[in-house]
Design a protein around this ligand. Structure first.
Ligand code: PLP
Length: 368
């Protein structure tokens, strides 16, 4: 059965995704474990599609999600790789749900560890946890000076096994000194644990930038998101946002287009309409700013992006017709519009641009 009629969709190149994960593994060394971060619906790329592709290709050892809900969606779709829930679990009942579905929680306080121990007692099994240390991110995590004592206390709790110890880098992409300070605080914790024979088997710290730019941040496992999706230099973009021209018309000089008449034709122009708008996560902030590829040529977005439609000027692509493909993010006939370009135009980062694509846009796996 046809999955959708409205011709707006995102192609997810699963071959490129697996290629990126393999390339990353080559860069960090074959013995390094790799946790593929698929939180927030795999940064908008479809978590189930991406996780299953990585699992099938044996391209990842672990998956990282942000909530129990995200983990459950993977488990109910046939994903059986180990999954770390990177977000702190609250309310504590969610610990039971996590454990029941073999999702590994993180712990950053004795209080949450006790809840995990209670869940372990109820389920009559041992629950693996990873302890989070805050070395400079300031989000969640035990302070480095308190971390060894916490790990010591956790190691004494029945039903808990401290399988991992980790931290998260705040400026790995552009601040070597800051990253070194974070790593040195983390290493101090490890040294103290080593002395007591309490170093957990999986130590990790590196997102994409840290894994690629700071070899000292790799430890036992790296946690890439951005590079896996090809949104990091040297990796292949995985997502192409596509639509089709559904209407064209020729307008005279001075004709306004879209809400607020914020654009007027400077010459006789051919205007094409695409069935995509901010309801799909194509930002309204791109009004009069972005371009869209048609026939391999950049066509400017004209007027305000509306909820469901956007207009582009195809005057310079005389062959453009109803039914032609339009690429809003990605490549077409040698031209490309990277997610980073749209992000810059909106004053944000490519993480947000791809993650913002809404559930209304079907994700279609290609290139598997
Ligand atoms: C804890 C944690 N690890 C790893 C990542 C992956 O980061 P990146 O996409 O920069 O590789 C994230 C993403 O924000 C994260 O929150």
């Amino acid at each position: 059965m046809r999955r959708f009629f409205r011709p707006t969709w995102a192609e997810i190149d699963l071959g490129a995704l697996v290629g990126n994960l393999r390339h990353l593994r080559k860069r960090v060394g074959p013995r390094m474990k790799l946790m593929f971060v698929v939180k927030a619906n795999a940064y908008g790329h479809d978590a189930v599609l991406c996780a299953l592709a990585a699992q099938k290709a044996r391209a990842a050892d672990w998956l990282g999600v942000s909530s129990v809900e995200e983990g459950l969606a993977l488990r109910t779709s046939g994903v059986n790789l180990p999954v770390l829930v990177l977000g702190s679990l609250y309310p504590f009942e969610s610990v039971l749900a996590a454990a029941a579905h073999d999702l590994t929680p993180i712990v950053a306080s004795l209080e949450s560890a006790r809840r995990v121990a209670e869940a372990a007692a109820r389920l009559r099994r041992v629950i693996n946890i990873h302890v989070k240390v805050d070395t400079g991110m300031g989000r969640i995590g035990v302070r480095p000076d308190a971390a060894p004592a916490l790990v010591r206390e956790l190691s004494a709790l029945r039903g808990i096994r401290v399988q991992g110890l980790y931290t998260h880098m705040a400026k790995a992409e552009d601040d070597r000194a800051f990253t070194e300070r974070q790593l040195s605080a983390f290493r101090k914790v490890l040294k103290a644990l080593d002395k007591e024979g309490l170093r957990p088997p999986l130590v990790h710290a590196a997102n994409s930038a840290a894994a690629l730019r700071h070899p000292g941040a790799r430890f036992d496992l790296v946690r890439p998101g951005l590079a896996a999706y090809g949104l990091y230099e040297g990796f292949s973009p995985v997502l192409t946002l596509k639509s089709k021209i559904i209407y064209t018309k020729t307008v005279g000089k001075g004709t306004p287009v879209s809400y607020g008449a914020a654009w007027r034709a400077k010459r006789a122009s051919r205007i094409a309409t695409l069935p995509i708008g901010y309801g799909d996560g194509y930002p309204r902030a791109l009004s009069n700013k972005a371009s869209v590829l048609v026939g391999g040529k950049r066509c400017p977005v004209v007027g305000r992006v509306t909820m469901d439609q956007v207009m582009i000027d195809v005057t310079d692509v005389p062959r453009a017709r109803v039914g032609d493909d339009a690429v809003l993010i990605g490549s077409q006939d040698g031209a490309s519009i990277p997610a980073a370009e749209l992000a810059r135009a909106c004053g944000t980062i490519s993480y947000e641009t791809v993650t913002a694509l809404s559930g209304r846009v079907p994700r279609v796996g290609v290139g598997a």
